[in-house]
Design a binder for this molecule. Structure first.
Ligand SMILES: Cc1cc2nc3c(=O)[nH]c(=O)nc-3n(C[C@H](O)[C@H](O)[C@H](O)COP(=O)(O)OP(=O)(O)OC[C@H]3O[C@@H](n4cnc5c(N)ncnc54)[C@H](O)[C@@H]3O)c2cc1C
Ligand code: SF4
Length: 350
């Protein structure tokens, strides 16, 4: 088998899979539905990344440049796979423009969709302009405009970040933890304090999951160095008294009702399954897991495999993942695809 490997999705996972294949001397076709590569960090304009503190445009931009400058990678932007026929070693994909490409294996790196805060209306998003998401704050920071209330452009005196918006919430069918949003929120809080030392930042949480080594730098660092305040609370609603936003609920440590005024409220939104997953599942004939992410039947022995032989998966297409893990999984999926193709060549020769 000497056909290219088809990669669908040009975010961190897809870029790392394409790079791993190219430096192994294998051709890859990288199909991306948007007009740019880079996935969520580039398409959504993230600011400085956890844990490297590099700007997303530099860090992920570097991955994009490495892939587009490699002649072994054929990038197809504004495209998607409409039909996927054949067998391992002889797959034929029909792209959106009607053209067909051949591939011996495929890797799905189609990522996630940001939770839409409109599905949490009691927390004020869509009603009050100064209730925003972490993605919007990332965009404010990366655009160089600093932290500003969308309603009138003033620098806020008081900002509340509400964790677990669209995660760990069984009432709206999202029981998973999105893994990175505690750390991202602590990072954003520190950046706000750095840009505007007069702004007080409060983080409202159920539990804090700044996992692994992030605990020291982000959880403790945000409190000790940047004076960010953490409040363990159950938030009921975000309203307004006509002048300021009011965060209402219960402080669950002292078991008292709270109603605290803020200038800006930030939803730390979670990572939903890609909205395209039903289509992807049907086009590629791969099973989804019970949450709607692309299923991985085996964790240890057959890493990166999907329910369809010859079709692999990596990154946040499989559930909430960090960039580091998505990159590692992209490389692992590339190696699994290469190994699969080599074993099939050997089997054919015997
Ligand atoms: C607010 C926020 C901040 C974050 N900050 C950090 C951080 O600082 N550090 C960190 O480690 N993680 C961070 N994350 C998580 C990070 O976004 C993910 O780990 C990362 O984007 C996953 O990469 P991926 O390649 O798996 O998916 P994605 O980045 O989602 O890329 C998937 C790509 O596939 C494309 N695609 C989707 N469907 C199709 C289709 N049907 N056909 C063709 N192409 C398709 C998409 O357009 C996209 O380009 C953050 C998440 C959020 C919500
Ligand atoms: S990482 Fe933190 S904010 Fe995100 S879902 Fe998990 S506990 Fe909630």
């Amino acid at each position: 088998m000497t056909k290219p490997v088809l990669i669908i999705g040009g975010g961190p996972a897809g870029l790392s899979a394409a790079h791993a294949l190219a430096i192994s001397g294998r051709k890859a076709i990288l199909v991306e539905k948007e007009d740019r590569l880079g996935g969520a960090p580039i398409l959504q304009g993230y600011a400085k990344l956890v844990p490297s503190h590099e700007w997303a445009r530099d860090a992920i931009g570097g991955m994009v440049n490495r892939v587009v400058s490699n002649p072994l990678v054929d990038v197809k932007l504004n495209s998607s796979v409409q039909k996927f026929d054949g067998e391992p070693g002889n797959f034929v994909a029909t792209l959106k423009d009607g053209s067909t490409v051949e591939a011996d294996t495929a890797i799905l790196t189609t990522g996630f969709t940001h939770f839409d805060s409109i599905n949490k209306p009691e927390w004020g998003f869509g009603t009050y302009p100064d209730v925003v998401t972490t993605v919007q704050v990332e965009q404010m920071i990366s655009s160089g405009k600093g932290i500003r209330c969308p309603s009138d452009g003033r620098v806020p005196d008081r900002v509340a970040i509400l964790l677990c918006v669209g995660s760990r919430d069984r009432q709206i069918g999202r029981e998973w933890c999105s893994k990175i949003c505690c750390t991202v929120s602590a990072n954003i809080a520190m950046e706000i304090r750095e840009m505007s030392p007069k702004t007080n930042v409060y983080i409202y949480y159920m539990d804090i999951r700044t996992f692994g080594l992030y605990e020291g730098e982000y959880y403790w660092g945000s409190q000790e160095e940047y004076k960010v305040k953490y409040v363990k609370a159950r938030i009921a609603e975000v309203t307004s008294d006509g002048k300021r936003l009011l965060v209402k609920g219960e402080d669950t440590l002292v078991k008292r009702p709270i109603s605290i005024p803020f200038d800006m409220v930030v939803h730390a939104i979670g990572m939903d399954p890609n909205v395209d997953n039903m289509t992807i599942s049907s086009v590629f004939d791969v099973k989804l897991n019970k949450y709607g992410y692309i299923g991985k039947p085996s964790t240890y022995l057959h890493m990166a495999e999907t329910s369809r032989p010859g079709v692999f998966v990596a990154g946040s297409a499989t559930g909430p993942e960090t960039i580091d893990d998505s990159i590692a999984q992209g490389t692992a999926a590339a190696m699994a695809a290469l190994n699969f193709a080599n074993m099939a060549v050997q089997a054919a020769a015997e």
